[in-house]
Design a protein around this ligand. Structure first.
Ligand SMILES: [Ca+2]
Length: 397
């Protein structure tokens, strides 16, 4: 254990230094410092498509580092149908619909946390060209972009953005009000893309709206990218397996046991149960006040996760192991000198994006982008599986 820790600690120094430099610009913690003004953009649905989106939105409400300003729902029309036909390259003709943008989930979290976080939907169709302003949208489909605009205008401080779906809302917003975006956005933390300078695999969030991704990457806005998929190079399997494969420059891991859900705060447990039951009952708030019998809701055997690294880096949290072997997620100022810190962070780099949505990067201390990096994806998965139960069961305690 110790050997691994020392090795990782040393190897990660370069990552950590850059991470800390970056974090000083926009990260405060929960110990009397200012919170991070945050907008979350997510392809969150109910019933779920990727339950991780439903699950991880809890972090935005529960982690004390954040001052959550708005949630923007970035959904794609074909996935609202029972079977998603005619989806773009890189997407899946998902047969598990119908579903709708997850306004219900946001209202459930507002109910649980006693908040009034505004929520709006973005455009449901893809951009037609990189400079598309989508000027003909109805007020309904302008909700998300308008919410982004007013939130930026009203915030005294620069706002941090965490994006877990397509880049459409951000790209259309930039085409409409670039000066405001440049002035008021602190950093866009973008969960998207394939790592490893892979020349062909089109990752899901890029495939959701490829023009939007290319447009955003060319915008000059500050972007930290957290690739989701792994490179095909040297990997025997192809296709979708890339999306479920950890690499040093992506964020994927598999959560092997969700039984901790039963130990979460009762209302959060009900929220997660509601996700996994795919309930279409009308009493989506009343459900949160009930107490399901233990074992009455079947939790999945495992869950694919791409989002945790983004949340942790954004909040300045670290994955650490104490001398007794206990693995936890800590704020930087909670870390003891005897703790072993897992090596992860962001590297400055140049990024070149092709019209296909494929991007490549090169480390460069003068680069305009940051990219997520970790020392050992297999070890990350192992440690995160040990740390996550305590993290989630601590909320609202
Ligand atoms: Ca997502």
């Amino acid at each position: 254990m110790k050997a691994y820790g020392r090795k990782f600690y040393k190897r990660s120094l370069r990552l950590m230094l850059i991470f800390i430099t970056c974090s000083c610009l926009n990260i405060n913690d929960s110990y009397g410092k200012e919170k991070i003004p945050l907008i979350v953009i997510t392809d969150l649905y109910h019933p779920h498509q990727d339950p991780g989106d439903n699950f991880e939105l809890i972090n935005a409400y529960a982690m004390p580092e954040f001052d959550l300003k708005a949630v923007i729902l970035d959904c794609y029309h074909p996935f609202r149908n029972k079977i998603a036909k005619n989806v773009s390259k890189g997407l899946w003709e998902d047969p598990n619909g119908p579903r709708e943008p997850g306004m219900i989930c946001v209202q459930q979290l507002n109910y649980i946390f006693g908040r009034d976080i505004p929520c709006g939907v973005g455009p449901l169709e893809q951009m037609q060209q990189k400079n598309d302003r989508m000027d003909d949208l109805s007020d309904f489909f302008n909700q998300g972009i308008n919410l982004l605009k007013t939130t930026l205008e009203q915030s005294e401080k620069r706002v941090t953005i965490a994006s877990f779906g397509s880049s459409r809302v951000l790209a259309v917003a930039f085409n409409r009000f670039p000066a405001l975006m440049k002035r008021k956005i602190e950093m866009i933390h973008l969960s998207a893309g394939t790592g490893g300078n892979d020349p062909e695999y089109l990752e899901w969030n890029v495939a959701l709206d490829t023009l939007a991704f290319v447009s955003l990457m060319e915008s000059g806005l500050p972007i930290t990218i957290y690739p989701c998929a792994a490179a095909t190079k040297g990997v025997a399997e192809g296709g979708l397996s890339n999306a479920f494969k950890g690499a040093k420059d992506n964020t994927y891991y598999q959560l092997d046991d969700l039984s901790f859900v039963e130990k979460m705060h009762p209302k959060l447990r009900q929220y997660v149960h509601f996700v996994f039951t795919r309930s279409t009952d009308a009493d989506f708030l009343g459900y949160l006040d009930r107490v399901d019998l233990p074992g009455s809701v079947a939790l999945p055997q495992y869950q694919h996760v791409w989002e945790t690294a983004l949340w942790m880096n954004l909040a300045g949290r670290r994955l650490v192991q104490n001398p007794q072997g206990e693995v936890t997620i800590k704020s930087e100022n909670e870390i003891e000198t005897t703790d072993l810190v897992f090596g992860e962070g962001v590297l400055k780099c140049d990024i070149r994006v092709l019209p296909s949505g494929i991007f490549s990067y090169r480390e460069n201390i003068k680069g305009l982008f940051y990219i997520y990096h970790r020392d050992n994806p297999a070890r990350y998965q192992e440690l995160m599986n040990q740390a996550l139960p305590a993290f989630y069961t601590s909320f609202l305690r």
